[in-house]
Write a protein that binds this ligand. Structure first.
Ligand code: ADP
Ligand code: ASP
Ligand code: MG
Length: 449
């Protein structure tokens, strides 16, 4: 394992000139940081996604102007940045052309091509800012190494190809210069741009760390670490100083936005610790996610994932039958749908789908063809606007009294479904979307305050 640290900065950490300078300070304070992974400046990806969905000409102009403003404000503060100015203008022209195409016909491939420009711009600006501070930094197009499949919007990386290409193209450069590259984006076999799903830059950083044999990944964001729940929802949430891989992975999977759900896969695979801190307040410290933590508590954190859909499938054929569930799962797999929670009864099965998912293109999972195929087998009921609240902890399934502590305070709420026992690290509840924050606040108050 090398001494290399991969540092990733999220959208708010590269939102404007002040934020970018703080992030540059963080990078320069640690000589072990050899690769910097950046998100697009805050707000830019959302604007690009909206453009990719197709806009009226007026709306299009307005959104492109907003993007231009965000990037120009940063440019204007960097002395002698004429060349980059031209590059940013060229990218804005590209964005205009692609947005016009998207207004005629949208596609997932076009969306990925369009949204990738956010990361391309933020990295160009950051390199220029470092150069203006006399730092030897090089812009690197991550698509040269981040080879993925062609599942546009939520592409999966080819880990072996990434490792080989990093050894070839990236490793030799690390001795000589600081590399600045893009999170979130990749390239499929034919060279078309893909994305790893919303929030995917965390995942990029962990994947690069694995490929380069790095000693740590630092995720710099707008909060100084991982908290017992989203501090925006519960201001009394407390920072967790150290947390195990499994617990943090459960948090990320079940909606703690602080880490992209897949971030910890490479970290766990290659035992690389992940640090999470605030780029604006380094002195505040942060959270270390690592293999072993001392005395993991019974209750660790609460995560919340909105926009969940509950599918209930009824069929008398389930009674004493074999293979019914296999047929259902086959259909779901053919539609590329992964199931989250599941409960069964004698003649029915209920399962939840993460409708929002993290896909860059917000295509609905519940397509007519899926519902038609399922309806041929069983009666299908769909309930929308639910939220999944996950209690993350340790040895939850083995402990006594968990039910009382959790459900005792949830009397005022309708709990639509419960999943408990599959993992000793979580207990999941499905509740009406409108109650979700209230449920989290109530549980947090009882379990953590
Ligand atoms: P970035 O753009 O840096 O990737 P994100 O917005 O994706 O930042 O993630 C940081 C946000 O995650 C925080 O501002 C916070 O509101 C949210 N968040 C959700 N759950 C947690 C948690 N358990 N601890 C800390 N932050 C959380
Ligand atoms: N810019 C992308 C997004 O907003 C990726 C990221 O921020 O991690 O989803
Ligand atoms: Mg993020």
């Amino acid at each position: 394992m090398s001494q290399t640290v991969i540092a990733k900065f999220g959208g708010t950490s590269v939102a404007d000139s002040v934020a970018m300078n703080s992030s540059a300070d963080v990078v320069l304070s640690n000589p072990d940081v050899k690769v910097v992974v950046l998100s697009a400046s805050a707000g830019v990806t959302n604007l690009l996604v909206a453009l990719a969905e197709g806009c009226s000409p007026a709306d299009r102009t307005d959104k492109i102007e907003q993007i231009r403003n965000i990037q120009y404000k940063i440019l204007d503060k960097i002395p002698g940045s004429q060349v980059v100015h031209e590059e940013i203008d060229r990218i804005l022209e590209n964005i205009t052309t692609l947005s016009e195409a998207a207004s005629l016909a949208t596609s997932a491939a076009l969306t990925d091509e369009l949204v990738s420009h956010g990361e391309l711009m933020s990295t160009l600006l950051f390199v220029e800012l470092l150069r203006s501070r006399n730092v030897n930094a090089e812009w690197f197009d991550v698509r040269k190494v981040m080879i993925t499949n062609d599942r546009f919007g939520k592409a999966e990386p080819n880990v072996q190809a990434l490792s080989d290409l990093c050894n070839q193209h990236l490793k030799p450069r690390l001795e000589k210069t600081l590399i600045i590259t893009q999170g979130f984006i990749g390239s499929e076999e034919k060279g078309r741009t893909t994305t790893l799903g919303r929030g995917g830059s965390d995942y990029t950083a962990a994947l690069l760390a694995e490929a380069l044999g790095a000693k740590r990944v630092d995720i710099w964001t707008d909060v100084p670490g991982i908290y017992t729940t989203d501090p925006r929802v519960v201001p009394a949430a407390k920072r967790i100083d150290e947390i195990g891989f499994e617990e943090a992975a459960e948090m990320a999977t079940f909606g703690a936005k602080i880490l992209h759900p897949a971030t910890l896969l490479p970290a766990v695979r290659s035992d690389i610790p992940v640090f999470v801190g605030s780029s604006k307040d380094v002195a505040a410290g942060g959270t270390l996610v690592c293999n072993k933590t001392s005395q993991p508590p019974l209750f660790r954190a609460l995560a919340l994932r909105r926009k969940q859909t509950l599918l209930t499938l009824h069929s008398l054929n389930m009674l004493h039958a074999r293979g019914f569930l296999a047929e259902i799962f086959n259909i779901l797999a053919n539609h590329n749908i992964s199931v989250d929670l599941i409960t069964t009864s004698e003649v029915s099965i209920a399962l939840t789908l993460d409708t929002a998912g993290s896909s860059t293109c917000g295509a609905s999972l519940l397509t007519t063809s899926l519902l038609t195929e399922l309806s041929a087998l069983c009666r299908v009921e769909v309930e929308e606007n639910l939220a999944l609240v996950a209690l993350i902890g340790n040895q939850l399934a083995q402990a006594r009294g968990v039910g009382k502590e959790v459900f005792g305070v949830l009397e005022p709420f309708n709990i639509r479904m419960i999943s408990y026992g599959a993992s000793s690290h979580n207990l999941c509840l499905l509740v009406p979307g409108d109650d979700a924050e209230h449920v989290v606040k109530t549980l947090h108050h009882n379990l953590f305050e």
